[in-house]
Design a protein around this ligand. Structure first.
Ligand code: ZN
Length: 419
């Protein structure tokens, strides 16, 4: 494996997959000019839909992880709502192997909480934890574990191996047929709405269950101001509750539904400007631990249809860092250390990853990404590495772009292209 020398304000020499030296005036190895670039620990996504097995027409492990590497990620957690569902050791091991073989970034499969995501019977959580994929994050994402007794048992079960239940908080009896956020805009459009309380009531319940069991709860894609308040409350009690927010919930609002463009149809839905502001503040003060993409590729026929029939979800891996720069860094809500914390250190900690989210010091695994914060680029959906094109940012000029990504000392991206 060749040696690399990243020369910038601080130099990093990479050798044998680890950071060999950090300092100034270093020499040795192939030089990468990092003048003006920001060096971050490799980004870690807690929430990625790679669609394989089952919907390889929308994304594969190879195409999704290529998108991840271009976005600066060195690890992603692949959600369990595949076909077949990742509810047994065999499927999580298959996804883990596909990730290893593709080589763009580490793939950590998420195991389903319940068999078939049916919300009735616990899946083989222990077998998935003990498998080669070493699953630590479990989620029925796409669906909510709405049965309180089952949620309690899942929380108790994963304690044995320090796992975490990642909940898609959505009380189903409050969201049947919902198409968008319930509020002034939904009333005007006559679309059936999704009340904030559907998310918040489940979060409140689950925080209490996490306290009762002493287990780890992670709240997926928090989208309302009230949710931020609830998580702040749970953390103030010292309960083991963490949370994530998506880039799109930091930027976009429910007003976009007035376009009837299904690219803006997502679960949980885009909320109000006041919610966006509360999410930014919650991420800034650490109430929300992590940015997670909820990268959700969809084939053309599932998205290019009328609003009511279109699938929920949007791409996120290749644009996440740019949106965080626009919504958090440029307004002064997060500095680069804050970005490293919310997009690498804390998500790796939540996923209990041992060799990701590690500070860039001598001896650390060389998982890192180089970002040009001054770059400007216009999103062309068909130029993205993802197999799908359902980005909500088509034609939008974004700030900041990944220049290079290293995975265990090997460049997965160089000069902004796949290595
Ligand atoms: Zn979800």
């Amino acid at each position: 494996m060749s040696d690399w020398l990243i020369k910038g304000e601080t130099d990093y020499r990479i050798s044998n997959g680890v950071i060999a030296e950090v300092g100034t005036g270093l020499s040795g190895g192939t030089v990468i000019d990092a003048d003006g670039l920001v060096v971050l620990p490799g980004l870690v996504d807690l929430h990625t839909h790679l669609r394989e097995p089952g919907r390889e027409d929308a994304e594969t492990v190879a195409t999704g992880t290529a998108a991840a590497a271009l976005g600066g990620f060195t690890a992603v957690h692949a959600m369990a709502n595949t076909d077949p569902v990742a509810d047994v050791a065999g499927v999580v091991e298959q996804v883990w192997r596909l990730g290893r073989d593709a080589g763009h970034c580490a793939v950590h499969p998420v195991g389903a909480v319940t068999l078939g995501l049916d919300g009735k019977e616990l899946a083989e959580l222990g077998a998935m934890a003990d498998s080669a994929a070493r699953v630590r994050v479990f989620s029925d994402d796409g669906r909510c574990v709405s049965d309180a007794g089952l949620m309690r048992r899942a929380l108790e079960y994963v304690k044995a191996f320090d796992g975490v239940i990642a909940q898609h908080a959505q009380e189903p009896s409050l969201t049947a047929g919902a198409q968008m956020h319930e509020g002034i805009v939904s009333a005007r459009l006559g679309l059936s709405g999704w009340p904030a309380a559907a998310e918040e009531s489940v979060i409140a319940r689950d925080c209490l269950l996490a306290a009762h069991t002493g287990s780890r709860l992670h709240v997926c894609h928090v989208s309302t101001a009230g949710s931020v308040e609830l998580i702040r409350w749970a953390k103030s009690k010292g309960w083991h509750v963490t949370a994530e927010v998506t880039p799109h919930h930091l930027l976009l609002t429910d007003k976009l539904a007035t376009t009837y463009d299904p690219l803006f149809k997502v679960n949980p839905p885009l909320r109000t400007a006041a919610d966006v502001q509360a999410l930014r503040e919650g991420l800034a003060d650490g109430t929300i631990d992590a940015v997670a993409t909820d990268h959700a590729p969809h084939a053309l026929e599932d998205k290019e249809t009328e609003w009511g029939c279109a699938a929920f979800g949007m791409l996120g891996l290749e644009t996440a860092l740019s949106i965080v720069i626009e919504t958090m860094v440029e307004p002064g809500l997060l500095d680069w250390n804050g970005v490293a914390d919310r997009m690498s250190y804390r998500p790796a900690q939540i996923g209990r990853l041992r060799d990701q989210g590690v500070a860039l010091e001598p001896g650390a695994p060389a998982n890192l990404t180089l970002v040009d914060p001054a770059a400007r680029w216009v999103v062309d959906p068909h130029a993205l590495a993802s197999k799908s094109a359902n980005t909500p940012y088509a034609g939008r000029e974004l700030r900041g772009r990944g220049v290079a990504t290293f995975l265990h000392g090997r460049p997965t991206v160089l000069d902004g292209k796949l290595g």
